[in-house]
Design a binder for this molecule. Structure first.
Ligand code: ATP
Length: 243
């Protein structure tokens, strides 16, 4: 049992590889994320985190191996995978000219929500991510932290079981950082979350477990206490494994 939920696997990656030209960006990796877990996906720049996440979300095809979300294979059942996940990409592409509410209505409509159900879902999600005071603004008028909230809202609009967040707190000021972290933690109470980050305190604050990737290979997979055995800090562990 993890977080009181069953240990059914929400994410299952087996012998996954991605080759770009001559570069093996992801090299035969395997790991699983159980239902209800919050897993930190760590690794230095260029380690293969975004590539793995893009394969999981169906944005990129794998070269080899398999990836499943909620039991659905990303290659053979991409639509089921897309409706099971909420994805916040690293460079959170938003339509700056759209109003917050308008954008979220658009995002919800892509998942087949319409009419009253769509309106209710948009209103609930705006409240959930704390966008209430900013909801009448255009996205281009929002601060970076609030744009991230819009990104999280579009990831949550269809109430997915699994959240895949690629560096959700990069570039935020310390106040926004704490707020977005709290938000991830609270929405993660009843969802499976995998998120990448370079901030080690974040890992300590949010994660049940950590997977570390280096040069396309998994170099660690365990709970924080397992990785920190011997009294080491998570930063030391990270540096030793990825130097
Ligand atoms: N479309 C692409 N074409 C060619 N090479 C790519 C492409 N996308 C990523 N790469 C390369 O694959 C490797 C892994 O990149 P990826 O973006 O997955 O790393 P990352 O761990 O997310 O890095 P960061 O922490 O900097 O975001 C890098 O060497 C990168 O240059």
């Amino acid at each position: 049992m993890v977080n009181g939920l069953s240990t059914k696997m929400s994410i299952k990656i087996q012998n996954l590889s991605k080759v770009y030209g001559t570069q093996r960006a992801v090299d035969d990796i395997s790991f699983e994320v159980a239902k209800g877990e919050i897993v930190g996906f760590l690794g230095p720049n260029g380690a293969g985190k975004s590539t793995t996440m893009k394969i999981l979300t169906g944005y990129l095809p794998a070269t080899d191996g398999s990836a499943e979300v909620n039991g659905f294979d990303v290659k053979t059942l991409p639509m089921q995978v897309k409706s099971s996940i909420g994805y916040l990409p690293e460079h959170n592409p938003l339509y700056l000219d759209m109003y917050v509410r308008e954008f979220l209505e658009f995002a919800g409509s892509l998942y087949g929500l319409k009419g009253k159900t769509l309106q209710i879902k948009v209103a609930e999600t705006i409240e959930m991510v704390g966008l209430g005071l900013e909801k009448h603004k255009k996205i281009g008028q929002l601060s970076k932290g609030y744009r991230q909230r819009v990104g999280l809202a579009q990831a949550l609009i269809h109430n997915p079981d699994v959240l895949i967040l690629d560096e959700p707190t990069t570039g935020l000021d310390p106040n926004q950082l704490v707020e977005i972290r709290e938000l991830i933690k609270s929405v993660g109470r009843n969802k499976t979350v995998i998120f990448s980050t370079h901030i080690m305190q974040e890992v300590e604050a949010i994660c049940d477990r950590v997977v570390i990737i280096n040069r396309g290979k998994i170099v660690a997979n365990g709970t924080l206490s397992e990785l920190k055995q011997g009294g080491k800090g998570i930063e030391d562990v990270f540096r030793e494994l990825t130097a």
